[in-house]
Ligand binder design. Sequence first.
Ligand SMILES: Nc1ncnc2c1ncn2[C@@H]1O[C@H](COP(=O)(O)OP(=O)(O)OP(=O)(O)O)[C@@H](O)[C@H]1O
Ligand SMILES: O=P(O)(O)OC[C@H]1O[C@](O)(CO)[C@@H](O)[C@@H]1O
Ligand SMILES: [Mg+2]
Length: 319
Amino acid sequence: MKKLAVLTSGGDSPGMNAAIRAVVRKSIFEGYEVYGVYQGFQGLITDNIEKLELGDVGDIIQRGGTKLFSARCPEFIDAGVRKNAIENLSRRGIDSLVVIGGDGSYRGAERLDAEGIMTVGVPGTIDNDINGTDFTIGFDTALNTIVDAVDKIRDTATSHERTFIIEVMGRDAGDLALWAGVAGGAETILIPEDVSDVKAVAERIEAGMNRGKKHSIIIVAEGVMSAGECGRELRKYINVDTRESVLGHMQRGGKPTGSDRVLASRLGAFAVDLLKDGVSGCAVGIENNRLTETSFDEVFAEDHQIDRVLYKLSQELSI
Ligand SMILES: Nc1ncnc2c1ncn2[C@@H]1O[C@H](COP(=O)(O)OP(=O)(O)OP(=O)(O)O)[C@@H](O)[C@H]1O
Ligand SMILES: O=P(O)(O)OC[C@H]1O[C@](O)(CO)[C@@H](O)[C@@H]1O
Ligand SMILES: [Mg+2]
């Protein structure tokens, strides 16, 4: 019987459980024996691998986090360490692997594929920073978590006539900041894909205040600077009552949205389809609502780009 394994790696993201469920159920549907690797690449090295049955992935589609746990495992860069991981799979007769994770996890997945384990990547990260897909699993949930926080902060910003600086995650990508800024009606969105001119931001806030505007929301992506740094910079140019709010890891938790559950289900099952057809060394994605596969080489070829049209719109709407 063909054997396939699945793992989650890197920062967890809401919807990873739905993706695990899809991989497991689709694999069994296709006649595979399926294994769960616990703690990402770490579990491959330590041989933390268990056979999964249909019932093992019941009652998880609605849960945040990952049933298989996740880890950052820096030593996986070492080919000698990976050899041990591959041996742990081969000993069980497992020749196919689904890696659910972000861009870093794809690096490990690409290596495993080159070294003899047929591997497909599924984009699971809140950062939305992966080429070959319009959306990553968890992005929509994190976006909604941020928007909810922004709405709440706006209430108190209005009452106290303050400028709030809200720092959001995204590592080197500005997608969460941009989408949350548009959805939350932020006055300013600072993303790493553009030059951040805090003096110009201060001038805009001042102009707004002169027009009678009482409060302001600035969303700053963590890849630009911290909320604290942004506040200090801003106060160099204007005398404004600011408060900073770092949303932190709450952005990674919570029930996945319906969209993330459906996306995870589609992508997880598609990854199994590809492996069944002998296709590997690639990542699955969704582009214009169509399921696509993109070779790891192509995924890595260029830096992830922000949606420039949406960014321009955000500027037009926040004057
Ligand atoms: N060059 C590489 N070679 C082999 N493995 C790698 C490489 N880069 C990263 N990895 C593995 O992938 C793991 C996850 O990578 P990383 O911490 O960048 O998270 P990610 O998958 O990008 O997810 P997220 O950004 O959402 O946290 C690393 O801890 C490491 O085990
Ligand atoms: O949970 P950790 O290891 O602190 O990592 C935080 C990072 O992980 C992410 O949440 C997901 O990549 C980033 O947005 C953030 O920079
Ligand atoms: Mg990443």
